[in-house]
Design a protein around this ligand. Structure first.
Ligand code: BG6
Length: 490
């Protein structure tokens, strides 16, 4: 939010995987925005590194192209100044090649905040961390940022955490989940704990159920080899969606301190009722898209797009989770996410209980239960659905109408990308919006038995047509409980 962000101290940020998709698409554009907003001071340095043997000039050219593609580049002067901060050194994580030069570059600036962003495959985290340790770069005001996926189950996640932990301690480790950097997710904290209105209603006594949807229209695109080993359960549910669930369900933390929040989220994860071979069939639905049409036109199915003969990967998951504690006992949390769905929309729907008794006659129309809808994207905002009287004479007719707060309209500002906020938090040393090791491992402990149940099941993910809302079984999952997925249009 332009103009409201105090500058951070001068820092060096190293992006491992500096020529990769995440760097070009997200990290460098986010740093650019923070620079244009004067939150990053001249004197800070950004160092891209990867195996490609290119020089600063070529890298800057590629970064300039990436900024153009991301549509962030403002004026030529700002871009020129930003590119002056950008450097490149080639390194090979698996050999000693390039590391001496790399170390010289970093040591030349003396003691300052150093951020090492591991935007690479987890397979090379260990050698990277070892090189950094050998170069004496792991002490002092140093932070390491670890991207998801952190492992593919609890065993591999623990191995990655142990490996990173040999060079960096927990207070230096920032496990990023970019969903926590989204404005609406932080607004959930503001809404729940900055208002007296909601918290008294925030329990099984008044809430009937919660829905969390993250629907995408994109397919797997160029990430098929990663995605085939992940699937939607690992790619989205284990991290982003469980984090959203935690933010909705956690007890009020004592403060905004990182550990105060993370302790509460951990308790939620540990209270999730297990889903395993006994009930996975009833509580989960997996799907895989087939050719169809999305708002942007006709698209191929997953098998053609990935060019893999892989009928086992889930590109869609819907599930019904339950939190076994006093606050939430009996309140289902329905989660669904998928690629190639009808619309790009991410939202959290808190559906309140129906009124206990209606004083209105049939002519007033149905009285719908209240809903609080937190929209994460595309247009961030909050809507509180209320029953009101339709204006005018002609009897008392009721309508379900949203009290609508679109953030961009309300504040008239550009909403920053999640990475902008999170990268600056790393520099500032604020871990509140990052996952602690025990959280990641607790999330995997809940996911592992679901994966095991699916593996043991002879059935494959159910096909769904691209451009639909997923397999019909996902509709049945919620409708057999007498509820429906929230739909603005109805
Ligand atoms: C990433 C997943 O973490 O999140 C992608 O790996 C997914 O598969 C993306 O597309 C969604 O993020 P956003 O911010 O576009 O909703």
């Amino acid at each position: 939010m332009t103009g409201l962000s105090p500058p951070v101290d001068v820092f060096d940020m190293v992006i491992f995987g500096g020529t990769g998709d995440l760097a070009y698409r997200k990290l460098l554009p986010a740093l650019y925005q923070r620079f244009a907003d004067e939150q990053i001071q001249p004197g800070s340095r950004i160092l891209g590194t990867a195996r490609d043997t290119i020089d600063d000039v070529e890298y800057r050219k590629r970064v300039a192209d990436a900024l153009g593609r991301a549509g962030v580049a403002k004026d030529g002067e700002t871009t020129k100044k930003f590119l002056e901060l950008v450097n490149y050194r080639s390194t090979d994580a698996t050999t000693n090649s390039g590391w001496e030069e790399f170390g010289k570059f970093l040591h030349a600036a003396g003691d300052r905040i150093r951020v090492f962003y591991l935007a690479t495959s987890a397979a090379i985290y260990v050698p990277i961390c070892e090189h950094l340790k050998q170069l004496g770069l792991t002490q002092g005001e140093v932070r390491v940022v670890v991207e998801k996926p952190i492992g593919s189950d609890s065993t591999t996640a623990a191995a990655i955490n142990n490996a990173v932990g040999r060079s960096f301690d927990e207070s230096q480790t920032y496990r990023i989940d970019h969903y926590l950097g989204k404005e609406t997710v932080q607004n959930l904290l503001a809404l729940r704990f900055g208002n007296a209105l909601f918290e008294p209603l925030w329990s099984a006594e008044h809430i009937d159920h919660v829905q969390i949807t993250v629907a995408e229209t994109v397919g797997v695109e160029s990430r098929a080899s990663y995605y085939a080993n992940a699937g939607a359960l690992r790619d989205m549910i284990q991290n982003h969606m469980l984090q959203l669930l935690c933010m909705v369900a956690m007890e009020p933390p004592a403060s905004l301190e990182a550990d105060a929040i993370r302790d509460e989220k951990l308790k939620v994860l540990r209270s999730l009722a297990p889903i395993n071979a006994n009930n996975a069939d009833h509580l989960t639905v997996r799907g895989q898209y087939r050719a169809g049409a999305t708002p942007t036109g006709r698209v191929p199915g997953y098998l053609e797009e990935s060019k893999l003969n892989d009928t086992a990967t889930d590109t869609f998951v819907a599930l019904k989770a339950e939190i076994k504690n006093w606050r939430w006992a009996g309140v289902p949390f329905y989660l669904r996410t998928g690629k190639r769905l009808a619309e790009r929309v991410s939202e959290i729907v808190i559906s309140f209980r129906a009124i206990p008794h209606s004083i209105f006659g049939a002519s007033a129309g149905p009285v719908a239960p209240n809903k609080l809808v937190l929209r994460l994207q595309p247009d961030e905002g909050v809507k509180l659905w209320l029953m009101i009287k339709y204006p005018g004479p002609g009897g008392l007719r009721l309508r379900n109408v949203p009290l609508d707060m679109s953030f961009a309209e309300a504040f008239g500002v550009r909403y920053p990308d999640a990475y902008e906020r999170l990268l600056m938090d790393v520099v500032r040393g604020n871990q509140t919006l990052f996952m602690r090791r025990d959280e990641v491992e607790a999330a995997w402990k809940w996911i592992d038995p679901i994966l095991a149940a699916w593996r043991a099941d002879d059935n494959e993910p159910k096909p769904y047509t691209a451009g639909s809302w997923g397999p019909s079984a996902a509709v049945a999952l919620i409708e057999r409980d007498g509820r429906t997925w929230h739909d603005e249009q109805t």
